[in-house]
Design a protein around this ligand. Structure first.
Ligand code: SAH
Ligand code: SF4
Length: 370
């Protein structure tokens, strides 16, 4: 019986792409050796299509002020316990300078969601000032939620060239269970925004959380097919991790064990690498929250992007989307040397000073990669 099962795994792994049933079969693998087999195949595809180079995106969590109330998120508007902050202009520029001087290649500016004109104006000037201070060498990714096409266009024109907006789940029914049922939290708007981002010229990154309450394996299968259909350039797949000051916390007893959520994410990353081949896939901080070597394991399963946190230390403890966030007491230099050692252990190289654009985007748009 066991032998037959393994043969089925060999058969599936010898394919270029997978059917729905095959994706489900892979997501349901439980035997650790078999999961490792899947990881090995994904790493082989990664080496072949994007190389064993890891690109850095220095992550600046520049504000935890948010107008939204997503049920899973620790910094949602309704959480009165959060100490709200906005990193000062100069501190943001200083953090970006650290990234540039340390040859991180790119940064990600992430925040809670705001779309008021003051915020967009501020963000546009931050983006263009960072481009200037880095001699136009730093690549800038934004992760600031849903905006109008016009706002996305302004941000792109200011110099940002990638944007991360996870769909969280591709199932509209599940989406409704994870968000308040109102116009500010509409699944259709989320999808529309993905299209706007592409129209504005961005490399488009998306993703989901794996291991959410009410989420089934079939939902995750559909997520994978969604990313293929929407032709995403970049992905961030992370485990859902509960936060006690959120409405979803009530359902914590329905969750998979943390270890199983971690392996579920690894399987998602590996399947997506094998199927989508030349996109960029992040090994997320949330992976490390569940496993000491979480991010390194993600790289071995096909991820090729790491986002070292370069938020000024005094703010790090107030950007808690989920509990047990790692490294919040380490400054940027400590993170840098720790990561370097960890990545070398995986056998990957670090692409210092390179943008590491999504090869998928570059080949489809015949653009120039740096
Ligand atoms: N406000 C922006 C960016 C910050 S949130 C936005 O929502 O897009 C970035 C990501 O954090 C979200 O897309 C979500 O997938 C993830 N996140 C939020 N709460 C989380 C939790 N409890 N566990 C794991 N990931 C979470
Ligand atoms: Fe705000 Fe993003 Fe958290 Fe939703 S996930 S509450 S938009 S920070």
């Amino acid at each position: 019986m066991f032998k037959n099962y393994n043969m089925e795994l060999q058969r599936v792994l010898s394919k270029e792409s997978f059917s729905k049933d095959e994706i489900k079969f892979l997501l349901q693998l439980e035997n650790r050796d078999e999961i490792e087999e899947l990881g090995k195949k994904a790493y082989q595809i990664k080496k072949e299509f994007v190389g064993n180079v890891v690109y850095y995106r220095g992550l600046i969590e520049f504000s935890n002020i948010c107008t939204k109330d997503c049920y899973y998120c620790g910094i949602r508007k309704g959480n009165a316990k959060v100490n709200r902050y906005q990193v000062t202009y100069d501190e943001i520029l200083e953090a970006a300078k650290f990234a540039w001087e340390n040859k991180y290649g790119s940064i990600v500016l992430q925040s809670g969601e705001r779309s008021d004109p003051k915020f967009i104006d501020l963000l546009c000037s931050i983006v263009s000032d960072i481009k200037k201070l880095s001699n136009y060498e730093l690549g800038i990714t934004l992760s600031c939620g849903e905006q109008s096409l016009e706002n996305y266009q302004r941000l792109f024109d200011a110099g940002a060239h990638r944007y991360l907006l996870r769909i969280e789940t591709s199932n509209p029914v599940l989406y409704k269970k994870l968000h308040p049922n109102n116009a500010d939290h509409s699944f259709d708007t989320r999808i529309e925004c993905i299209k706007y981002l592409r129209k504005a010229g961005f490399q488009v990154g998306s993703g989901v959380m794996a291991g959410l309450p009410f989420q089934s394996i079939d939902d995750l299968v559909e997520d994978i097919l969604f990313f293929k259909e929407y032709n995403v350039d970049m992905l961030g797949i992370g485990p859902y991790i509960e936060h006690s000051d959120t409405p979803l916390y009530e359902y914590s007893n329905q969750l998979l064990k943390k270890e199983d959520r971690f392996y579920l994410c690894l399987k998602m990353i590996a399947i997506l690498r094998i199927m989508l081949k030349d996109i960029n896939i992040a090994s997320t901080t949330a992976m490390q929250a569940l496993h000491l070597m979480g991010r390194e394991k993600g790289l071995r399963f096909g991820a090729n992007i790491i986002m070292p946190n370069i938020t000024p230390l005094q703010y790090k403890g107030d950007y808690l989307l989920y509990e047990d966030k790692p490294c919040i007491d380490e400054d940027s230099s400590q993170c840098k040397s720790c990561l370097e050692i960890r990545i070398k252990m995986t056998g990957d190289e670090i692409g210092y000073g390179l943008w590491g654009d999504s090869k998928h985007f570059v080949s489809e748009n015949k653009g120039d990669a740096k």
